[in-house]
Design a protein around this ligand. Structure first.
Ligand SMILES: C[S@@+](CC[C@H](N)C(=O)[O-])C[C@H]1O[C@@H](n2cnc3c(N)ncnc32)[C@H](O)[C@@H]1O
Length: 250
């Protein structure tokens, strides 16, 4: 008699986001996240030749924006790795990126990033971090795979200081872990990151008066949510080629 394995937190995320992917929500998110993502990408100051990780890349629209900015330059062949826990998102991202020779999409988890140490010059993660079952572990993994002086950009719309975003917590079909700006800053510092900064990125897209979506009560509330903006966390890996203190191999 074979005992059924209990699904892990990553299995649960995979199943849910595979459903999102099949419903076309991976591509749809471009419309919702483009404004705040473009503002973040400008702050990343990407240069041709850099190696970038798009963590929780979904259908890969942001991965492609990044790939255009880092492709060949005097410092070498710039490449982007898109990583996602949903294999269906990865399939769709690959299918939509066939024209790119500097993107690789990988199915895997932020909890155990399947990549070598000291590699990425920049990391972007859009609207993904609060799903990670163990955010401290994800930061330790990022520290490991980032190059010395590498810079991390975590962009999240769901965090404690934007009260309108917290209403999603009960609506989403998977557990989410919403922290405040101060708690995230503290967590990044605790995980040995330096030059830790937080900023708000407002969404300047127009809101139609006849808003009728399910996430907000009315257009006014959506406007307020966008005005408060997303939380952008930025941090740098110091000049070391070792894992963060306390790092454990899974
Ligand atoms: C709200 S979507 C955002 C996707 C994309 N960044 C965008 O803005 O369109 C969250 C993404 O994070 C991914 N994700 C959730 N938990 C993850 C984990 N533990 N490791 C890697 N990816 C994860 C999901 O599969 C999903 O594609």
């Amino acid at each position: 008699m074979s005992a059924e394995r209990k699904p892990s937190p990553d299995d649960i995320l995979r199943e849910e986001f595979n459903r999102w992917a099949e419903a076309g929500r991976g591509e749809e998110m471009e419309r919702h996240h483009l404004d705040i993502t473009e503002k973040t990408i400008r702050l990343m100051e990407l240069r041709p030749g850099e190696r970038v990780l798009d963590l929780g890349c979904g259908a890969g629209w942001a991965t492609r924006l990044l790939a255009r900015l880092v492709s060949d330059g005097p410092e070498g062949f710039g490449q982007v790795v898109g990583l996602d826990v949903s294999d269906e998102m990865i399939r769709r991202a690959r299918a939509a990126s066939r024209d790119f020779d500097n993107i690789m999409y990988v199915w895997g988890s932020a909890q155990q990033i399947p990549w070598e140490e000291n590699f990425f010059d920049k990391v972007l993660s859009v609207e993904s971090f609060y799903y990670y079952p163990d955010q401290e572990r994800a930061l330790a993994e990022l520290f490991r795979v980032m190059a010395p002086h590498g810079r991390l950009f975590i962009l999240i719309n769901l965090y404690k200081d934007n009260p309108y975003s917290l209403r999603w917590v009960d609506e989403l079909q998977v557990p989410v872990h919403a922290l405040s700006e101060a708690e995230y800053v503290e967590m990044l510092k605790r995980n040995a990151f330096q030059q830790v900064e937080a900023r708000r990125i407002p969404d300047d897209t127009p809101t139609p008066d006849n808003y009728s979506g399910k996430w907000f009560k009315n257009a006014q509330e959506l406007r307020e949510f966008k005005r408060i903006g997303a939380l952008l966390l930025m941090a740098t890996k110091p000049d070391v080629r070792v894992a963060a203190p306390g790092y454990q191999i899974y």
